[in-house]
Design a protein around this ligand. Structure first.
Ligand code: PLP
Length: 254
């Protein structure tokens, strides 16, 4: 799922942190050297920021021992910046690049530590070396991954305050939850792009005229915006729950 927002990336991060942690009782792990804004972001949210090292001798790879040494029971997330700012490194998998610590080892370590990964991939399209870029979302079945992206770097438009947070859904959580809603089916499991085209069975609803009416009433009653002919709720869990209760309320009473 992708949430396109009109906030700058730092604002998205503040939002992420504010909603995912309890101030004073949590900490997050940041790369050193890293993008300094994360520290002020954490301070603003009242969260302790702890540094883990990147290793110059190993092409600025994540020092896993350092990462493990700073994590504890109240660590909630680690930030990975790839391609890295300010070091200019690109993380990849060691089966391709033997000298590199496997990027998937980072995901496995995060899994063992029980933390989520915030993958800052705003420089995704700005790679010019020989290493292939591997998105952290690739390991989304192993560990929860929130990917942060931004327009300003990709299209070289400094000042354009538009970015997104992508949540990887490799286990098909959305389709699984849709099955709980009688009047909506998803005949084709999406394999690309970022939408799911669902089928609405109007015969199961008593006061909905068509898909546009469905979307308008859903927006009014549940504040979930979906596009007629496609579905893209703002937050997956909450959005689907509201769609479900809306359908139940409007279901034909036999
Ligand atoms: C690593 C990193 N993340 C996030 C940002 C913020 O991106 P934006 O300026 O598009 O909000 C920057 C900007 O320099 C950055 O270097």
């Amino acid at each position: 799922m992708m949430i396109l927002s009109q906030w700058v990336v730092p604002k998205q991060l503040r939002l992420l942190l504010q909603f995912s942690v309890v101030p004073g009782q949590t900490n997050i792990l940041l790369p050193r050297p890293g993008y300094p804004f994360y520290k002020s972001c954490a301070a603003f949210c009242g969260i302790e920021a702890r540094d883990y090292n990147l290793n110059l001798e190993r092409n600025w790879e994540i020092d896993l021992d350092s990462l493990k040494s700073v994590a504890d029971k109240i660590t909630v997330a680690m930030v990975v910046i790839n391609p890295g700012n300010p070091c200019g490194n690109v993380f990849t998998c060691d089966h391709i690049w033997l000298r590199s610590v496997a990027y998937n080892l980072v995901a496995q370590t995060a899994k063992k530590l029980g933390i989520l990964v915030i993958a800052d991939e705003v420089y995704y399209h700005l790679t010019f070396g020989t290493k292939p870029f591997v998105p952290m979302g690739t390991f989304g079945s192993l560990v929860p991954v929130l990917t942060v992206g931004s327009l300003s770097k990709r299209w070289v438009v400094p000042g354009w305050r538009l970015g997104w947070i992508a949540v990887t859904d490799p286990r098909g959580y959305m389709l699984w939850r849709i099955k709980e809603i009688d009047c909506i089916t998803c005949p084709y499991k999406p394999e690309g792009a970022m939408s799911a085209m669902v089928k609405l069975d109007l015969s199961l609803l008593e006061d909905i005229l068509d898909d546009v009416d469905f979307c308008c009433k859903l927006a009014k009653e549940e504040s979930v915006i979906i596009i007629p002919g496609s579905a893209e709720p703002s937050t997956l869990e909450d959005g689907l729950e509201r769609v479900k209760s809306f359908c139940q309320r409007h279901a034909k009473k036999h």
